[in-house]
Design a protein around this ligand. Structure first.
Ligand code: SF4
Length: 455
């Protein structure tokens, strides 16, 4: 059976669809605590939305065929809202959160239905749109009319989408998914998506065995295709590729090719290759900085700083406290002079920009802070090529010997602890969040010290 999940997964990684059909289920890892929590939060959000509407729904305990029969019956009776109905058409089965009756002739009468899906998200991502397009196309078969609109209920808003705008994308995805379902193998592509994927061990083993070029850091799917077309189909070949020969191919820039070539060499030799100087500025006070935020509820809940052997933090224990934490953070720098703030990747700078817009602040202090921020991720990239598949702070600091107190901790995991804190108010969760953030700023210090040694 093809389901909406296949469309979701196809948008993220076509191989996921392939492995879900044909992979060895015993090698599929269980969902991480992070993913299980996302699913739970999703179900709670659906319940919250449903609380405020009057609807009919098929019997919860019924089998899918029976639920489908009941859903069609509700549609034929002209029910205003059908909650968690089931749509079946040959090998397709869809479970839209809501079907809503709207005017417009169909085989049902002078009305038809449009699909609504409920998501814990701020934006209408492509994978969600493909899912509701799937429901819309199933509705077309059942009611003999393509719904003109479809909707996503997100965290604080809903999004109305014109189905005709997405018809081509949907049709392309459908063809590809049918091909995969009939046995056409989708290739491995190691990328950030793999981190939470239950097939990650299977794919990594295959990619390493084949020296797949997607293991080269920052090599996207399109570039991979172009390199393979030019017979560079593993990273041993990439390490020896003739950049001058390839650099004029549209889509392959010289700088990227040189970087991938060096990256391949680092992977083969399992050695770091120095390519520049970090040129870190001197300052009386060095500060290491990391923010924890939960984009799905639009909050930056923790500003953590490590300076002169002390961990200092500004914590918002609820969305209402975010403004206070922000103010505390800004005030900390009011009288500070001659300092540098080290952070990793652009998240911190973007978050400060967003909070300044949201709450305002002392402009002079804000400028002082942002003018003294140094993104170590940028410094790493111009200084060294590491024998790693990813340049995340976790991968780099672990490679340098740093260990997090919580073995499987991640930014995503921290958001789960925070979401649980909001619901359960268990102080132990706050301690865990703080420890994780403290480890992050210490890891940032570790990376900075390593860079300094490369001067
Ligand atoms: S591990 Fe990566 S390549 Fe493999 S299926 Fe998952 S996302 Fe795709």
């Amino acid at each position: 059976m093809i389901t909406a999940t296949h469309f979701y997964n196809y948008t993220r990684c076509p191989r996921k669809v392939y492995l879900d059909f044909f992979g060895d289920a015993e090698k599929k890892l269980p969902h991480s605590e992070f993913m299980l929590s996302r699913f739970r939060i999703g179900r709670e959000h659906e319940k919250d939305v449903a609380k405020n509407i009057k609807y009919v729904a098929p019997e919860k305990t019924a089998k899918d065929e029976e639920k489908f029969r009941q859903t069609v019956k509700f549609m034929e009776q002209g029910a205003s809202i059908i909650f968690q109905g089931v749509l079946i058409d040959k090998d397709f089965i869809g479970r839209p959160d809501i079907l809503i009756k709207v005017p417009g002739q169909s085989r049902l009468g002078d009305y038809h239905y449009e699909a609504i899906d409920i998501k814990v998200a701020v934006h209408a991502k492509k994978q969600y749109i493909m899912q509701i397009m799937f429901y819309s196309s199933m509705l077309q078969k059942i009611q003999e009319k393509m719904p003109e609109f479809t909707y996503l209920i997100l965290n604080n808003k809903s999004k109305k989408l014109h189905t005709y705008d997405y018809m081509n994308q949907y049709a392309e995805a459908l063809v590809e998914i049918k091909n995969i379902a009939s046995g056409c193998e989708a290739e491995v592509h190691i990328c950030s998506e793999c981190g939470e994927c239950p097939w990650r061990d299977v794919c990594l083993e295959k990619a390493e065995k084949e020296k797949d070029i997607s293991l080269i850091y920052n090599l996207g799917r399109k570039s991979k295709e172009l390199l393979i077309e030019n017979n560079i189909d593993n990273f041993e070949k990439a390490a020896d590729m003739d950049v001058d020969l390839l650099k004029n191919i549209k889509g392959l820039g010289e700088a990227s090719l040189r970087r991938w070539k060096t990256q391949s060499r680092a992977l083969i030799d399992k050695k770091t290759i120095k390519i520049g100087n970090p040129n870190l500025p001197k300052a009386k006070t060095e500060i290491y900085f990391d923010i924890e935020g939960e984009p799905d509820i639009d909050i930056e809940y923790l500003f953590g700083l490590w300076t002169e052997g002390e961990y200092i933090y500004f914590l918002a224990k609820s969305p209402e406290e975010e403004k206070k934490a922000w103010k505390g953070f800004i005030d900390f720098f009011k009288d500070k002079e001659d300092f540098k703030i080290y952070h990793y990747a652009p998240y911190e700078k973007n978050a400060l920009k967003k909070l300044r817009k949201k709450y305002g602040c002392d402009e002079e202090t804000y400028r002082k802070i942002t003018n003294n921020m140094i993104d170590l991720f940028s410094v790493v990239k111009k200084t060294a090529v590491l024998p790693l598949y990813s340049y995340s702070i976790k991968d780099i600091a672990k490679h340098l010997g740093f260990e997090w107190s919580e073995k499987d901790a991640s930014g995503g995991q921290s958001t789960i602890w925070f979401t649980r804190w909001l619901a359960e108010k268990d102080p132990a969760l706050i301690d865990t969040i703080l420890q994780y953030n403290k480890d992050d700023v210490l890891a940032t210090e570790k990376v900075k010290e390593w860079l300094q040694d490369l001067e």
